[in-house]
Design a protein around this ligand. Sequence first.
Ligand SMILES: *Cc1c(COP(=O)(O)O)cnc(C)c1O
Length: 372
Amino acid sequence: MPQRPPARIGQPLAEVDTPALLLDLDAFERNLRRLPSSLPPGAISLRPHAKSHKCPEIARRQLAIGAVGICCQKVSEAEAMIEGGIHDVLISNEIVGATKLARLAALGKKARVAVCVDDAANVDQLEAAAAVARVTLGVLVEINVGSDRCGVAPGEPAVALAKHVAACPHLRFCGLQAYHGPAQHLRPVAERHAAARRAAESARRTKALLEAGGLPCPTVTGGGTGTYACDTAAGIHTELQPGSYLFMDADYARNEWPAGAPRFEQSLFVWSTLMSRPAPDWGAVDAGLKAIATDSGLPLVPDHPGVEFSRAADEHGVLRFHDPACVLAVGDKLRLVPGHCDPTVNLHEWFVGIRRDRVEAVWPITARGAFF
Ligand SMILES: *Cc1c(COP(=O)(O)O)cnc(C)c1O
């Protein structure tokens, strides 16, 4: 249940209280359009990942400019998205346990829903849940193309599981998920492209085996912000799942990008207040671990050169002032660039959309939270 909005439409940014999650709407809208407009027309579909924004207002904007649906990572996210009016959801993840599977099957009555699998017993439980709910669910076999997270081995093990799915009356085998998470953040372009090419080859070989066995494989889904262009070029994916491109973060900014490739802009910031400056060379803002994620590195301070975010505590961010002449004083507000966008969004209840230093939108992040 979202709390009271942290800002009013029309309010000057300077008056927005902290910590707050700011969205620079001009940069956000450019990112929103830049990715689909960089794809060769008709070659591939876009199914953006909603785990980045967890916000149906944003999902609707992605669909309005051509996305075929969205991805979610959890049943709870899919519930919030379908509640928010989204009608085509792929859970790009494995869903385990009778309670979650019953919730997933119930969603099949309200929207077009698909899910990934990598285990035959899980497929049987999914079939049972779908039968009880009297729905047909789409199913993709996830293959491990290098993430070493979930997924069956490409080739024969994937074909065996796909046959198992195809034999279930309430499941519809749709194809493969081939997503390489760690490859998104490999810094050198050549390394990132090589990992994406290897992933694409695993998917190509598995799809060929499926088809040779008489099992059509209409969908191959995968790809994130770091690899989507090379996934498209490899020509085996039918759908892309990027999420972070809308917001970007300090970690993605450390990736090398090929010359001429579309560049996404930082649109997401945490708004904070300098709450203490006991010495010229250090101080603290009111945004710590509970306002900004630090798993992929500490936040950056983009508007004040010489100011470094050096340490995060629960509710404090410790700043180092390398230039003691920096005039920031207690009560001043400053923007922070998160190290990792998705878990930062998950800490907040609302996006505060800013244009020309005024609040233009407040959007609830209805899919946030730890609940799976
Ligand atoms: C996180 C994730 C994505 C999106 O990746 P970004 O780097 O945020 O673009 C796509 N697919 C899956 C399965 C994911 O887990």
